[in-house]
Design a protein around this ligand. Structure first.
Ligand code: M6R
Length: 363
């Protein structure tokens, strides 16, 4: 039941304030800043490193989590796509927690990577949307994301719920390890509780995003740039767009621009820049100016302050101001809606894009 929406994907994008809210309430239930883990406790003082493995959108959730765990809990994190990890047969040092992220819990490569780690890693953890799935069952501990059934092949609400759970785990790790002050933990918990409301504010930009998507639908190639927590989201935005609109898109770390991709830029190539006004903003804006100097069309996604400071660009999408830690969850909305409305403008089959399956259970 699409509940009045044209596509499941649109319905699932709109559901995010509710389902992310459910995840926040489950992981941060008390109203204070204590994280409770519905999947059972982990003592992060016993963990020296983490290896995170997944495919596709779940991989980009892991890449985001790396920034959180390393910055907040000072745990070194390696992230890999499951199909590379499993055949590389990497060494797993003592005191490693291996974490597998999968919406379906049945992705063949991710499951094989989990089985490779069983008996080698100290802990096998997973973050899935299906409690009875193979990945959930074969983990020592599994963390539910509370997204509800996701039907659209392009993952949307599962991604933001995965991010919510991974940030909760990183905060739990930081508390265990004493790497954040009480004040920082309180602020972070408050930031997480503000997310559902901010997602609603972000969704109010739908008409603006739709107008930009119409312009994007005429492009052949599109670049997505981001720094820090916006870097994995640049990849996710590009994946979403190519998956359903069939427009070629690439995500890059903004700082990598001058190491190659800048050669692609001309007046035909729109460049989506994800740049909240945080401590990396100035760097992102200088990358934006490099793009504009080569006649690239910049679509800047930032908060009011960031947009006002940036001056005249080809397009702007305003996001609410938010705590920097939760920005990837909030900025997922414009990334998803741009892909969705571009695909709608192109008339593609949004919920069932060609050549793709919802769950990839074969290699
Ligand atoms: O079920 P999983 O999370 O393990 O699936 C992983 C990928 O196949 C999946 O995220 C895929 O990339 C999506 N179609 C992205 O929208």
């Amino acid at each position: 039941d699409k509940a009045g929406f044209d596509h499941y994907m649109a319905k699932e994008i709109a559901e995010q304030p509710g389902v992310v809210g459910a995840a926040v309430n489950s992981y941060l239930p008390a109203g204070g800043d204590l994280v409770e883990l519905p999947g059972g406790n982990i003592d992060f003082t016993k963990i020296e490193r983490m290896t995170m493995v997944a495919c596709g959108t779940a991989f980009y959730a892991c890449l985001t989590a790396k920034y959180w765990f390393e910055k907040l809990a000072r745990i070194p994190v390696e992230v890999d796509v499951a199909s590379e990890f499993r055949y590389r047969e990497p060494p797993i040092p003592a005191q490693t927690a291996a974490l597998f992220v999968s919406q379906s819990g049945e992705t063949a490569d991710t499951l094989a990577a989990l089985r490779y780690c069983a008996g080698k890693a100290d802990k096998i953890l997973s973050v899935t949307n299906v409690a009875e799935s193979s990945i959930a069952r074969e983990s020592d501990q599994t963390y539910p994301i509370f997204a509800g059934v996701e039907i659209g092949v392009a993952s949307t609400k599962a991604f933001t719920c995965q991010l919510t759970v991974l940030l909760s785990l990183a905060l739990k790790a930081a508390r265990d390890r004493g790497t954040m002050s009480e004040q920082e933990l309180t602020d972070a918990a408050a930031a997480m509780r503000s997310v559902p409301g901010l997602l609603n504010v972000a969704l109010e930009q739908t008409d603006v995003i739709k107008a930009h998507a119409r312009k994007l639908s005429e492009a052949r190639d599109i670049l997505f740039l981001g720094r820090g927590l916006m870097y994995p989201l640049a990849h996710e935005g590009a994946l979403k767009l190519k998956e359903i609109s069939y427009i070629h898109a690439e995500g890059y770390a903004s700082g990598e621009l001058k190491h190659g991709p800048i050669a692609l830029i001309d007046k035909k190539v729109p460049v989506v820049i994800l740049a909240p006004s945080d401590d990396l903003y100035d760097k992102s804006i200088s990358n934006m100016q490099e793009v504009m100097a080569r006649s690239g069309k910049v679509l800047l996604i930032s908060d009011r302050k960031g947009l006002d400071h940036a001056g005249d660009v080809w397009g702007q999408i305003a996001m609410p101001e938010c705590h920097p830690l939760v920005s990837p969850i909030i900025y997922s909305i414009p990334a998803q809606l741009l892909a969705y409305h571009t695909a709608v403008a192109k008339g593609t089959d949004v919920d069932q894009p060609r050549n793709l399956a919802k769950s990839v259970t074969v290699e």
